[in-house]
Design a protein around this ligand. Structure first.
Ligand code: B12
Ligand code: SF4
Length: 435
């Protein structure tokens, strides 16, 4: 008999959350490796195609498949009481999961996705409900929170924690043999409008605020044929928008992204591509910009962080201001609408004094592109996360919260002033033709 496995993408407890092409890609990838070897059920709290969410007007998707989650306001956790923002639980209501478990039980195994370190309360809630309704099921956690806050995650009471990218302990625990050529288990969704792809793993840079190089080791490309098979699977399911979750999608593009996009054109696959995780402007050449636009890239998020040369050098020199200007020139010459290009800049970084954020925001605006303040979340084990210990208790993951940390560091008024300025600068630009 095949084991019966439940896949869960938990609800999110946070001040803010928005469906910016969010999918539990690690979880679906792991399940994909076991395709045909187990019976799967998925409960996605953040699935806006679920009938409960799909019928609510205010949760409707925008033109590119993004949208709001259903949410309920709840009291701030005690350690975030001082933060003057409403705390919420995002995702399908709790009783829906309990009813689902009662209807579908028993399960042999439950695999739970963990994502942001400061989202562990949702994971805890899911574990409690499973223990109550399906006491015989073995619970397995994997993903970022488990990897970055392992000893904290051990207190949640799961049976196995899979850390990092080594899945060997999982296969041993399950006594199953994976098929690593299989794409993610997208068919687990009954309705699917948005998909995710990842053509590479890791990143060759070493930014002081990021944990990717430490977790993924050397930059590696994924097999092109497997990515193309996954794209086909998504396109056949009717997916219209695909977000890349790569950390360095444009690095060594001639080995991965270029052949991938050429194949997209050759096969006449029509989907909109997006890069919410940020592209490195340094690698956007004239030719690459043309190919990206032709093959269907609709939005371009560029990781810029700051226009201050000192700050850029001190944090890893991943991109310089002239490289951003050049990338914008290439993209717009290739036909990208300037309003579809957005530069991310970090708000609340520990070196805020040398970051010259206002100047950086004005610089991006002078290029005719939008800016987005990416609230800084300190990550344990990174140089900047460790530096953050002087302001917050890094052993409490709730204090890594990206809304809370900038307010703790800069104060509420200064944080609001900078956010207002960003909104004002964006309003000075023409509206995107399609939002
Ligand atoms: C995609 C991504 C996003 C997406 C959304 C992701 C989502 N679904 O929520 C977007 C672009 C929206 C995003 C936003 C942000 N992100 Co982000 N993001 C990532 C990224 C690149 C991948 C995360 C992911 O989906 N991993 C799963 C898949 C893709 O990974 P995988 O390698 O295939 O998985 C393997 C293993 O990890 C394991 N595995 C993974 N999951 C599971 C599950 C199970 C059950 C098992 C057994 C195994 C397993 O098995 C797989 C084996 O191949 C990570 C960096 C990274 N490379 O991990 C940062 C990362 C998670 N983000 C980070 C940050 C800082 C942010 C932002 C705060 C940035 C900002 N300032 O705005 C925001 C916060 C958003 C919010 N609402 O709070 C940090 C973490 C911060 C933290 N404290 O936890 C990370 C680690 C990057 C970094 N800077 O170091 N992010
Ligand atoms: S370039 Fe991006 S993924 Fe790479 S180390 Fe820097 S922040 Fe992390």
């Amino acid at each position: 008999m095949m084991p019966k496995i439940l896949l869960v993408n938990p609800p999110v407890y946070d001040f803010a959350a928005y469906d910016f092409w969010l999918k539990p890609y690690g979880l679906l990838s792991v399940a994909g490796y076991l395709r045909g070897k187990a019976e799967f059920k998925l409960f996605g709290y953040l699935d806006r195609s679920h009938p409960f969410a799909a019928k609510q007007k205010q949760l409707e998707s925008d033109h590119w498949g993004r949208g709001r989650f259903f949410c309920q306001q709840i009291p701030n956790p005690p350690c975030l009481e001082e933060i003057p923002r409403y705390f919420r639980r995002f995702g399908l209501p709790r009783n829906m999961f309990v009813d689902f478990l009662k209807e579908e039980r028993p399960f042999d195994l439950v695999l739970i996705q963990t994502m942001m370190t400061y989202w562990y309360q949702g994971v805890k809630e899911v574990i409690q409900d499973i223990r109550n309704v399906c006491p015989g099921a073995k619970i397995i956690l994997g993903g970022n929170y488990v990897t970055l806050c392992n000893s904290h995650a051990q207190q949640l009471g799961a049976d196995l924690l899979v850390t990092g990218t080594n899945l060997e302990p999982l296969w041993q625990y399950l006594e199953m043999t994976p098929d690593s050529n299989q794409p993610a288990l997208w068919e687990a969704y009954e309705q699917l409008n948005v998909g995710v792809l990842r053509l590479t793993d890791g990143c060759p840079f070493n930014c002081t605020y990021c944990c990717v190089p430490r977790i993924y080791g050397q930059f590696k490309t994924r097999p092109l044929q497997r990515s193309l098979a996954e794209l086909k699977l998504l396109a056949n399911r009717g997916v219209e928008n695909i977000a890349f979750y790569d950390d360095a999608l444009l690095f060594e593009a001639e080995r991965v992204l270029i052949p991938f996009l050429e194949e997209v054109l050759k096969r006449n696959i029509k989907v909109g591509f997006h890069s919410p995780n940020g592209l490195n402007a340094r690698f956007i050449t004239k030719e690459l910009a043309e190919l990206m636009v032709q093959a269907g890239f609709k939005t371009f998020y560029l990781g810029f962080e700051s226009a201050s040369p000192l700050w850029q050098q001190r944090t890893g020199s991943k991109v310089f201001s002239d490289e951003l200007s050049k990338a914008v020139r290439h993209l717009t010459a290739a036909g990208a609408e300037p309003a579809s290009i957005t530069a991310y800049q970090l708000l609340g970084h520990p070196d805020a004094d040398i970051q010259q954020l206002e100047d950086s925001m004005r610089f991006a605006n002078s290029l005719g592109i939008r800016g987005m303040l990416a609230d800084f979340s300190p990550i344990p084990g990174t140089p900047d996360g460790e530096a953050a210990r002087q302001w917050v208790d890094m052993d409490e993951p709730l204090l890594h919260n990206k809304t809370a940390f900038p307010i703790t560091l800069l104060g509420f008024d200064q944080t609001n002033r900078l956010k207002d300025l960003q909104r004002k600068l964006n309003r000075s630009l023409p509206e995107p033709r399609t939002r």
